[in-house]
Design a protein around this ligand. Structure first.
Ligand code: PAF
Length: 281
């Protein structure tokens, strides 16, 4: 796997792959890779495809009081994992290459980015949309892969791709989980042993609420019960919400695909997770 830190070299190599008839697939990441990221690379790998992963801890998507400075960075291990997974090229831009002096553009996707994490983390999805649009222009893939764990992020990116006519097929890859159900996340390394034991309450609360809603429990009651369940487990809850899976608007229309989304804090660590509500229960 070749590693690029300058745009010209990356573009040259991607152009050569394209000229050789290969399709370009992009897997954007912020590094500190785990099996969830490797599942994205595996989904991207198809015969005749050049898989480009990116690692960039994007300062624009972190709020002033968030974890940018302590976000885990594991470049050597990440390179080994991507090589092993069969990734072809790695785009590893320094911050001054991604955002040179004078950089002034912001991409803001209204609607889908406004509630939930958009409300809890002002500016976060502008940062995500801006860097993903840059990555799309830098790599010019025809396919791109994102984890469904960041469900709202995926909806924001799909909206941006549609609105800005990016000719890119966006694929959401199912959340990878630990044996006890905790969603894999680079931020799980922040959890101490006691917090890690409590963290399983997050997927459990979503599972209980999803089954209750599918079985006809009023949505408000199921959401309130899930919030209490999380609080009793030691979480400080940001939100537990049921939304339309496409628009992310709070909705009661059970004929449409619905998704439960939650964000909650254990100590200094903020975890998110989501689950589809299956109408069949
Ligand atoms: O999901 C992530 O790791 C990041 O938000 C992304 C999509 C790479 C943009 O920085």
């Amino acid at each position: 796997m070749e590693v690029f830190r300058e745009l010209a070299g990356l573009r040259e190599q991607v152009a050569a792959a394209r000229a050789a008839g290969r399709e370009i697939a992009l897997v954007p990441t912020m590094g500190a890779l785990h099996a969830g990221h490797i599942a994205l690379v595996e989904a991207a790998r198809r015969p005749g495809t050049c898989v480009v992963a990116s690692i960039f801890v994007n300062p624009k998507q972190f709020g002033a009081n968030e974890d940018l400075s302590r976000y885990p960075r594991k470049e050597t291990g990440d390179i080994a994992m991507l090589t092993e997974a069969g990734c072809d090229l790695l785009w590893l831009p320094p911050v001054e290459v991604m955002y040179p002096e004078g950089f002034s553009t912001n991409i803001s996707v209204a609607g889908v980015s406004e509630g939930l994490d958009g409300a809890a983390r002002p500016g976060h999805f502008d940062g995500v949309a801006t860097v993903v649009a840059k990555l799309f222009n830098q790599v010019q893939p025809t396919r791109a892969y994102f984890g469904e764990k960041d469900f709202q992020q995926l909806a924001v990116i799909r909206r941006m791709v549609a609105d800005l006519d990016f000719d890119i097929e966006v694929t959401g890859v199912p959340t990878q989980r630990e044996d006890d159900g905790l969603a894999l996340s680079s931020r799980n390394v922040y959890l101490d042993d006691e917090e890690r034991a409590k963290a399983v309450a997050l997927p459990r609360a979503l599972g209980i609420a999803a089954r209750a809603i599918a079985a006809g429990t009023p949505v408000e009651k199921a959401l309130a019960d899930a919030t209490t369940y999380l609080a009793n487990a030691g979480f400080e809850v940001d939100y537990v919400s049921l939304v339309d899976a496409e628009t992310l608007q709070p909705q009661a229309d059970a004929t449409r695909r619905r998704q439960l989304l939650a964000a909650a804090r254990l100590g200094a660590t903020r975890l998110i997770d989501n689950l589809a509500v299956d109408p069949a229960g």
